[in-house]
Structures are given as structure tokens and as C-alpha cells.
Design a protein around this ligand. Structure first.
Ligand code: ARG
Ligand code: ZN
Length: 881
């Protein structure tokens, strides 16, 4: 039974609209206190639709100031406003008609940053998923595609720049110091891709010649004075455009492509047709203010939004349940781009780390949901790592199963068959089936079944005949709303590493399909038998992380070490070191809790020292291998009754042991390059910096001396080195005079750069231990902190709640209650941001009892308020279910 006031939306309720919208003409008269929006929509009744059905349009917090049908004002008895809907009765049955709607909105009061808002003198929009209904009454759903013409009128002095989607078709001066611009977008699009920007911004311009020799003007708009930091984003855009032509045959389709960077933005960025809008942290970069990670993120997100032009805009989603159709696929394309631009294995390891740190916990907690959900209360809450990153992994697995060439064939068919359409994940899968003849019906379960599959592996080697039997069993834990799970089709790349470290190739395989190095696990229990293996190999399962699964495999330690040292697949090498480290760290934590001396496995310290000394490995990979799992990683590995203080102590102890064992190697690695080497953001230079900085942090641990880090801070000529040194000081020498001095210097140096101060906030918010709360509270009164800016909130409060396990989970629960108060305040301003912040506590039930109980009290206190936003209500209720 569904209650009347239940706003839950169900996939099974999907119906096309009763009316077809062809064109829309919008006229904005911009005023920060009052903006009027005129909308003229051309509709006709859909053939076969109910001839008496009313037209039902979506709205949210709108003031209706005019309504007319074919130019004549509508009498009040012809329409009603109910539950935010505008319902119009007695509309023509055969003839097309024009509906004119006028609304009034207040952009300066829009603290939700959804719809049209004005901050720092800039008007901008965010319409995905359901923001357009905060601008005008509309069919605000992705399957309604219309051609837009947009006129913007504003004061010329304060808004010299007037932008919308498509091509500029007219621009003129008006009286009273106002001016107008008219834009036309020839490509039909859903409302979520609408965008408008007005204000006074600086610009850089470039051009791109497409594969069919068309010139495209590229414009990137940033705050005045920041133009010098926009070059890397522009360069990334051009590389992305080229790559999409070469790799997927996708060409850009308008004469102009624009990106605007704004400082108040809820998410990362948005792919509006021809006018992407970005959080400025994902655009602005120069060596003094951006780290190598920032450069990498900028390159990836600029490409991601650009790639949406085909996977998202030209082909969009039928309904929001299909969100992963565009997001999962676009993340996959983004990942492939990064892999081609940088080092494939390094990029892959970073993806695996991200997936395990964010998606796996989501998938095993109260917020778990399938890549394609079947119901939602608030769609905003489904822009998740499951829809994005697990969705990407699912497309990657399709490529693994079919092979890259066949994947490309399927995708070509998808573009050909569905261009201009609003489609489903079934439509997507069908293209791969039709293009290749491979049946993907079993595989499709990946979209529908939530939870991370767990594989248990065991192997037996028969020396006499050279036969290896590998038994794999799979199961997927229950998740909310899905108790029973079926076995999945899991492609597992598998290697056999011989005693001398070389790959071994079996002469035959039985028990299941094996193509190239991919084993196709399709049953609950399956035994693969490999013949012709002359010596017992170390079995390397899930090479390249070919499937997003957890593997329980009781591999002898010497096998793990063999894989760590010799696997030809670098991702598997990294994973083996990581497993060695996690085993040691988990044992150390247990010892800590029972008051025993903390053991540190020499196999780990030897292997890590070996990596540090191996000059054949690329620096970026070495840096990843030498980085110990984080405290959060260790907690997830332990899984329940987590004691963050014990983990903190255990990790520091293991880190110090590694530092001492590898002292010589780390000294050699920490040497700075020649003073005058010019900065380059390329992946290779970034890798060298990463390696030098990890070595520096080990040295600091081994020597217990803050001086070298302080010297590195003072000497730094780029942000990567500067923030790395600052982190060592703040995290390893918290109270030291050197630390105080460096923190003060940083605050002073970047006093006018809020974006750069975010790193300063995060560095301090993540200092471990019980003093963290007070530190965070003090930082909240720093003049640079601004509760209205999502980047500031995430950098300080978000980082504290999600990345400071010992500090946030103080045993007395004081940080929980601080956080709950913050959530309740923030929810009044910005529900999207707040609901996202709230998820920091989704794994509270894995904590040990005292903390778990204290956390629960605060969560229940939040839930007891009856005026929560729908976003927060949805998250908190699911967390407490
Ligand atoms: N489509 C945007 C992207 O590129 C993100 C939009 C997020 N919207 C939201 N309501 N959370 O991934
Ligand atoms: Zn996206």
C-alpha cells in the first residue's frame, strides 16, 4: 500500500507524458531581488493519449504571475495549483497550442543553489536533476526534449556577459542601461540541460578544429584576475575533444563550446549543452595554488563533462532511474581518457582505491542501492558512487567480456540507433548484444542487484600431473529491500605466476569459459581445472581489478610476496602489497586493543623497502605502493566493533617500523631535484613529486624531527610540495613551533584565496585525536570560513566528519553532537549539500559499542525534527532503518 502523501517515485510507474512539447521560448528579466521568467511553450496532445487528460507541469517555490493559452489569459476555473503542480484542464485535442507562463523568482535568496541563483554578483543555474521547476512551470523530466530559444535581459554594467545554450543569434542595447542577448540551441534537450549565466567575468579563448575540419570556438570564463589559472582546463578540453574523436569517433556538434567557473556550486560540474558550469576548484590551477591531484581532477572532470555531450546530451535518460546510463558510461569514458593521458596502471590503482574507499562502504551499508534503482524519494540523493563508479565498472566489465573492438562496435550502434533519444539501460545493453551476438542477459543483473559480491577462492595443485584446481564461490550480502541474491556473471582476469616470477600459461582449461586471461565465473560454485602447469603457481585473481568484487583467498604469504614482486600486471602487484599491509595493520590493531606489543611483519617492511629501492618502477606507482592503507581503510578491513584510536596507534607504529627499515632508501628518494627545474604538471613529474613527498614523510617518522619538513615547506615552489610538507608538520608534529609557523605562513600567503585556503582547512580538520573538534570549531570562526559556500563546508566540516576517524569519533560523542547541530542548521540553507554531508556517518553501526550508541542518539535527534528537507529526511531515515 502506498500512502497518499508518500512522494516516493517508482520505476514501474513510468508513463510518457500526455502532451508533446516541441519548442520553448524563455525570456528572463534578471534582477537579483526579483527575476521574471516568461515561458512560451508549443505543445500538442500525444496520439493515443487520453483525450481529456489535463496538462500537469512541475513547479517548486514559484510565484505564478501570468498564464495564457494561445495569447488569451486563462480563466481561474481552467487551472489549479496543487502540491507544487500546475494543472491545466480542457486543452485542445487535435490542434497544437501555445501556453504562456510567467513566474517570479528571487535568485539572491536561493541558498539551495538549485535552479537560478545569484552569488558574488554572478547569476548561474543548476537544473539537474529537478532544478528547472524552480525557474518555471515545466515538464521537468528527462524524456521531454524541446528546442530552446532564450532571451536574457539584464543591467549591462553589472552583467555585461549574458550566456545560454547553443548559438548567440541576437544582441542589442536597451534603454535604462540594460541590454539583451538571444540564444538558440538547435538540439532538442531536456530541461535539466538548460543553463544561463550572467555577470561580469574574465575569459580565455581558443579554438578546436574537428575531424571534419569545422572550427569550434572555445571560451572559458572565470573570475576577473584568474584568467592565468584557466589554461590547464582549456588544454584538457582540447585533448578531450581530440581523444573522443580518435577513440570513439565522437565529434562536437555546435560552433561554440563554453565553460563557466563559479565559486558557489553544490557538485563538481554540470554538462549543460554547449555551456558547462563548473565548480571553480575543478578549473583553476597554477603551480603555486594547485596540487598534482588537482591537475589530475581538472583534466578528468573537464573531459567528463565534455564527453557527456554524446553520452548524456545527444542520448539522454528516459527517466532518472536510468541515471547510470549517462553517468556510469561517462565515468568509464573519463577513466579511459585519464589512462591514455597518464599511466594506465597508476590511474587504475587510483580508481580501485576510490571504489573501495567510497563505493564498497556505500554498497555494504544502509544506503546500498542498485546501479539502476527502482524507487527514490529524492533523486538528488542518487548521484552516488554506486551510480557513477560502480556504473563505470559495469561498462568496463562489458568491455572485458566483449573485448575492446566489440565494445566499440556496440557503442557505435548505440550512437547510431539512439541519437536524439531518451533511453534506458536495457536499450544500451541491447546494442552490445545486437552488435556482437553475445547474450548479456545474465550479466545485466549487475545493474539490478545491489551489494558487493564476495568471492571465496581455494586452490589445489597436483604436482604429479601439473594440474591446478581453482574453486570459486560467490555470494552477495543482503541489502535494503533485496534479501535474496543470485549469482552474477563475473569476469575475472587471472594470472599464474611461476616460482621464477614469470607468467605461466596452462595448456588447457575446463570447468568454465576462459578467454585471454579472463575467467568467466557464472555459477555460485565453480571449479576451473588448469592442466600443464609444471610447478605450483601463485594465482593472481582479479588482475587489473577486472570485477568490482571482494576476494577472500587464503594465499600463502610467499605467494602474496611473489605477486607483489613479479606480477606483470601492476594493479595486481599493488593489490598484493596492499593486502600484505592490511593484514599487518589489522593484526597490529588487535594487539593494540589487547595491550600486547604490536607486531610488524618483516615480509611487509622488506617488500616495501624493495619497492623503494627498485629503480625500474615508475615513481608514481612506487609512491602508491609505498603509501600505507589509511585509518579508514583499516577500519573497513576490520569491519565491525571498530576502535579508531587503536587503529591510529597501530598505523603509526607500523609506519614508524617501515620508516626505520627503509631509512636508507627513503633518504635517497627524498632528495630534491635541481633548484631551477621548471614546473611541469605532467604525470611523470607529478609521480616524482609524489614519491619524494612520501619518502619525506617516512623520514620525518624515522627521525622524529620537524626540521626537514619545515625546510621543505619553506623551499617549496609549488603547491604539491608545499601542502605535502604542511601535512607532515600538522599530522606528525602537531604542536611543534615549526608547524605553527608554517600554518600561519600559509594562512597569510593565501589570505585572499578562499579556494587555496580550503587545503589549509582540510589539513587541520584531519589532524587525529580528541582535540580535533575544538580545532574545527575554532576554524569555523575564521573569517575565510563561509557556511554558504559548499567548498568551504566540505573542506572543513566534511573533511572532519569523513576523514578524521579518531577525531570525529571521540569516545565522548561530542563531535557527533556538534555535527548534528551543524546538519540541522545547514539543512535550512542547502539540503543537497547537507544530505551529502550526512552520509559521512552512514557506517556508524560498524563502530564499537560506546561510539555506536552515542552516534545513534545524535542521528535519532536529527530524525526527530519534523521539518527536515526531503533530501535529509530520505538519508537519515534510510540510515536508521
Ligand atoms: N551531471 C553532473 C555530472 O557531470 C552532476 C549533476 C549532479 N546533480 C545533482 N543533483 N547532484 O556528473
Ligand atoms: Zn556526469
Amino acid at each position: 500500500m502506498r500512502a497518499d502523501d508518500d512522494r516516493t517515485v517508482y520505476l514501474e510507474d513510468y508513463r510518457p507524458t500526455d502532451f508533446v512539447l516541441e519548442t520553448v521560448e524563455l525570456i528572463f528579466e534578471l534582477g537579483e531581488n526579483l527575476t521574471t521568467v516568461g515561458s512560451e511553450m508549443r505543445f500538442y496532445r500525444r496520439g493515443g493519449a487520453d483525450q481529456s487528460a489535463p496538462l500537469v507541469l512541475d513547479g517548486d517555490s514559484l510565484a505564478l504571475s501570468g498564464l495564457a493559452l494561445d495569447g488569451k489569459p486563462l480563466l481561474p476555473e481552467r487551472y489549479e495549483q496543487k502540491h507544487d503542480k500546475l494543472i491545466i484542464h480542457d486543452l485542445p485535442t487535435d490542434e497544437p497550442f501555445t501556453l504562456t507562463v510567467k513566474t517570479r523568482i528571487k535568485p539572491a535568496e536561493n541558498t539551495q543553489l538549485l535552479g537560478l541563483y545569484r552569488t558574488n554578483g554572478i547569476y548561474s543555474t543548476q537544473c539537474e536533476a529537478e532544478g528547472f521547476r524552480r525557474i518555471s512551470y515545466f515538464y521537468d523530466r528527462p524524456d521531454v526534449l524541446a528546442v530552446y530559444t532564450v532571451t536574457i535581459i539584464a543591467d549591462k554594467a553589472t552583467s555585461p556577459l549574458l550566456l545560454s545554450n547553443g548559438n548567440l543569434v541576437e544582441q542589442k542595447e536597451l534603454e535604462d542601461g540594460r541590454h539583451m542577448a538571444k540564444w538558440h540551441d538547435p538540439f532538442p534537450k531536456p530541461a535539466y540541460l538548460f543553463a544561463l549565466v550572467a555577470g561580469d567575468l574574465g575569459m580565455i579563448e581558443d579554438k578546436f578544429t574537428t575531424m571534419s575540419r569545422r572550427d569550434v570556438t572555445l571560451r572559458l570564463f572565470v573570475e576577473h584576475g584568474k584568467e592565468g589559472r584557466a589554461g590547464y582546463a582549456m588544454n584538457s578540453l582540447k585533448r578531450a575533444m581530440k581523444w573522443d574523436e580518435e577513440r570513439f569517433g565522437r565529434e562536437y556538434d555546435l560552433d561554440i563550446f563554453m565553460i563557466v567557473a563559479v565559486s558557489d556550486f553544490n557538485m563538481g560540474a554540470m554538462e549543460n549543452k554547449g555551456l558547462n558550469i563548473f565548480n571553480d576548484r575543478l578549473i583553476l590551477a597554477d603551480p603555486e595554488t594547485a596540487t598534482d591531484d588537482d591537475y589530475g581532477r581538472i583534466e578528468a572532470v573537464v573531459a567528463h563533462e565534455y564527453f557527456h555531450n554524446w553520452t548524456g546530451n545527444r542520448i539522454t535518460c528516459r527517466d532518472w532511474f536510468q541515471l547510470s546510463l549517462k553517468e556510469g558510461l561517462t565515468v568509464y569514458r573519463e577513466h579511459e581518457f585519464s589512462a591514455d593521458q597518464r599511466s594506465r596502471s597508476v590511474i587504475r590503482v587510483e580508481e580501485v582505491k576510490f571504489l573501495r574507499a567510497h563505493q564498497f562502504p556505500e554498497d555494504s551499508g544502509p544506503l546500498a542501492h542498485p546501479v539502476r534503482p527502482t524507487q527514490y524519494l529524492e533523486i538528488d540523493n542518487f548521484y552516488t558512487t554506486t551510480v557513477y563508479e560502480k556504473g563505470s565498472e559495469v561498462s568496463r566489465m562489458i568491455a572485458t567480456i566483449l573485448g575492446q573492438d566489440n565494445f566499440r562496435k556496440g557503442l557505435d550502434l548505440y550512437f547510431e540507433r539512439h541519437d536524439g533519444g531518451a533511453v534506458t539501460i536495457e536499450d544500451y545493453l541491447k546494442c552490445f548484444e545486437d552488435a556482437t551476438g553475445r547474450d548479456l542477459s545474465h550479466f545485466a543483473l549487475w545493474y539490478h542487484q545491489a551489494g558487493t559480491p564476495e568471492i571465496t577462492a581455494s586452490s589445489e595443485y597436483d604436482e604429479k600431473v601439473g594440474r591446478l584446481s581453482l574453486t570459486l564461490s560467490q555470494s552477495t550480502p543482503s541489502t535494503p529491500g533485496q534479501k535474496e541474491k543470485k549469482p552474477l556473471h563475473i569476469p575475472l582476469r587471472t594470472g599464474f605466476i611461476g616460482p621464477n616470477g614469470d607468467d605461466m600459461e596452462p595448456s588447457s582449461v575446463s570447468g568454465g569459459e576462459r578467454r585471454d586471461d579472463v575467467l568467466h565465473l557464472t555459477k555460485e560454485h565453480q571449479t576451473f581445472v588448469f592442466e600443464g602447469l609444471g610447478a605450483r603457481p601463485a594465482v593472481s585473481l582479479n588482475r587489473d581489478f577486472s570485477a568490482p568484487v571482494k576476494i577472500e583467498y587464503d594465499l600463502p604469504k610467499e605467494d602474496l610476496v611473489r605477486i607483489a614482486q613479479h606480477e606483470s600486471d601492476l594493479v595486481a602487484r599493488w593489490d598484493a602489497v596492499n593486502t600484505l599491509a592490511l593484514n599487518t595493520l589489522a593484526a597490529a590493531t588487535r594487539a593494540c586493543q589487547s595491550g600486547e606489543t604490536i607486531p610488524v611483519d618483516p615480509a611487509l617492511t622488506d617488500t616495501l623497502t624493495g619497492f623503494a629501492e627498485d629503480d625500474a618502477l615508475e615513481p608514481a606507482f612506487k609512491a602508491l605502493a609505498l603509501t600505507l592503507p589509511s585509518e579508514l581503510d583499516i577500519g573497513r578491513r576490520i569491519g565491525q566493533d571498530i576502535d579508531p584510536d587503536a587503529i591510529h596507534l597501530a598505523r603509526n607504529t607500523v609506519r614508524d617500523a617501515v620508516a626505520k627499515a627503509g631509512h636508507k632508501a627513503f633518504s635517497a628518494l627524498s632528495v630534491s631535484p635541481a633548484e631551477d627545474a621548471p614546473f611541469s604538471a605532467d604525470a611523470e613529474s607529478a609521480g616524482k613529486r609524489a614519491l619524494r613527498n612520501i619518502a619525506l614523510s617516512y623520514l620525518a617518522a624515522a627521525n622524529g624531527d620537524a626540521t626537514p619538513a619545515k625546510e621543505a615547506y619553506d623551499r617549496a615552489t609549488n603547491m604539491t610540495d608545499r601542502i605535502a610538507a604542511l601535512r607532515i608538520l600538522a599530522h606528525q608534529f602537531t604542536g611543534a613551533a615549526e608547524t605553527k609557523a608554517a600554518l600561519e605562513d600559509y594562512r597569510e600567503r593565501f589570505a585572499r584565496e578562499p579556494l587555496v585556503l580550503d587545503k589549509w582547512f582540510t589539513t587541520q580538520a584531519t589532524i587525529a585525536g580528541p582535540d580535533a573538534l575544538e580545532r574545527v570549531q575554532n576554524l569555523m570562526s575564521d573569517t575565510a570560513f563561509d557556511i554558504g559556500n559548499p567548498n568551504r563546508v566540505r573542506a572543513l566540516v566534511g573533511a572532519f566528519a569523513s576523514s578524521n576517524p579518531s577525531g570525529f569519533n571521540r569516545p565522548d560523542g561530542a563531535a557527533y553532537s556538534f555535527f548534528a547541530n551543524f546538519i540541522l542548521t545547514s539543512d535550512k540553507r542547502n539540503p543537497t549539500l547537507t544530505a551529502r554531508l550526512m552520509t559521512a556517518m552512514r557506517s556508524f553501526s560498524a563502530l564499537e559499542k560506546t561510539r555506536r550508541e552515542k552516534a545513534l542518539i545524535e542521528l535519532e535527534r536529527i530524525a526527530s525534527h519534523d521539518d527536515l528537507s526531503r533530501n535529509l529526511r530520505d538519508i537519515i531515515d534510510r540510515m536508521l532503518k
